[in-house]
Design a protein around this ligand. Structure first.
Ligand code: ADE
Length: 262
């Protein structure tokens, strides 16, 4: 695959890749980019990659769609075709940690594929031949993202919790696990807790992104708002949260993240 030709003002700095699985998870990001720089859209592999700037930062913004394969394919194109300097993923997740509630935010320190099991040939969760199960998020990028989340929660958390009848949101840092399943039963979420006691949240893309970024030496950070608690209520809670709330979180967090990066 060849590298896409960038215009003069796009070559000065390598862009940041920003992605989500679903449109609501990007909040107002594309609208902000359209208003600031205009957007040039490149379509590859049935995905649209939107090139422009956000608060002066060159960005390529795209939707991966759902699942680990979709995420890996998308981040691979961001790296190879758009030469991104780093990758940020924003979206929702199911809460797994006992103290992680709907409306809280989790910024990943580590990511792991909870459905990867080539045992007895390799230890459960380990990526065969890479010899790793856990992939670290970039410390600097994740710290910036966590600071943006703390600022968002401090300034807007009270209003959000009143409006959506959630608890006062909190920001957590730790392990996010990913798999090609929507986890939606008490038994399934308990099985995750038993196997991975430090898991805070479950979703369907983050660890695939972290693995590809690790393999190519590209920093990545993943932020997830808790839309459900991965139990029998998860489908309804996820659907409501995605449509009514997720966008406000992504807009609030990403706006502050870009302000902080300057
Ligand atoms: N994303 C949001 N909620 C989820 C869940 N319960 N399982 C997997 N991915 C999710």
């Amino acid at each position: 695959m060849s590298t896409v030709q960038l215009s003069n003002n796009e070559v000065a700095r390598r862009p940041l890749g920003v992605l989500a699985a679903l449109p609501q998870e990007l909040g107002d990001l594309l609208a902000a980019m359209r208003a600031e720089s205009g957007v040039r859209t490149v379509t590859l592999g049935q995905r649209d990659y939107h090139v422009g700037t956000v608060q002066g930062t060159p960005c390529v913004v795209t939707l991966a769609r759902v699942g680990k394969v979709a995420a890996a394919a998308t981040v691979s194109a961001l790296i190879h075709v758009f030469d991104v300097e780093a990758v940020v993923f924003a979206g929702v997740a199911g809460g797994v940690g006992r103290d992680v509630h709907i409306g809280d935010i989790v910024v990943a320190d580590m990511l792991l594929q909870h459905d990867l099991d080539a045992s007895p040939l390799f230890p459960r969760f380990e990526v065969p031949l890479l010899g790793m199960a856990r992939f670290g998020a970039d410390e600097t990028l994740s710290a910036q993202l966590a600071a943006a989340c703390e600022s968002f929660v401090a300034q807007e958390g009270g209003a959000l919790s009143t409006r959506f009848s959630t608890q006062m949101p909190r920001v957590h840092r730790g392990l996010i696990v990913s798999g090609d399943q929507f986890v939606a039963s008490a038994a399934a979420v308990q099985a995750l807790r038993d196997a991975l006691p430090d898991a805070l949240a479950v979703e369907m893309e983050g660890a695939a992104i972290a693995q590809v970024c690790f393999e190519y030496g590209v920093p990545c950070a993943i932020v997830r708002t808790i839309s459900d608690t991965a139990d029998a209520h998860a489908p309804a809670s996820f659907a409501t949260f995605l449509v009514e709330i997720a966008g406000a979180y992504s807009t609030g967090v990403l706006t502050r993240f870009f302000q902080m990066r300057g």
